[in-house]
Design a protein around this ligand. Structure first.
Ligand SMILES: [Zn+2]
Length: 107
């Protein structure tokens, strides 16, 4: 398990093994890469909607960490089954951000 270093400009993700530093700048555009957990599934290059949604979510502080609204109410094993899936289009992403605002990580 490692991380994904993502360039939203080039719409490219680089797999970086756990513990490795990996590229911190995009080899193509030299822009800063966004580091996301391995569970982030990079869309295909032409899937504009999914890339836009992903970028929006990251900008809003949702970096593909698990969100489990029921975690405080249930045992951990049950909570894991309740992870909220991340949306794949901008409309759903906006609703998602509204609904789970409390879980956002602000820099
Ligand atoms: Zn780039």
């Amino acid at each position: 398990m490692g991380a994904k270093h993502v360039c939203f400009t080039c719409r490219q993700a680089f797999n970086v093994p756990y513990g490795a530093v990996g590229p911190v700048k995009c080899p193509r555009c030299a822009g800063a890469l966004t580091i996301l957990p391995h569970r982030f599934r990079p869309p295909k290059k032409r899937e504009d909607e999914k890339w836009n949604a992903a970028q929006y979510l990251v900008e809003q502080g949702f970096c593909y960490e698990h969100i489990s609204p029921a975690a405080e109410l249930t045992k951990r094993s049950e909570a894991q089954a309740n992870y909220v899936p991340y949306p794949e289009n901008l409309r759903e992403a906006r609703e998602f951000v509204q609904q789970y605002r409390a879980f956002a990580k602000k820099p």
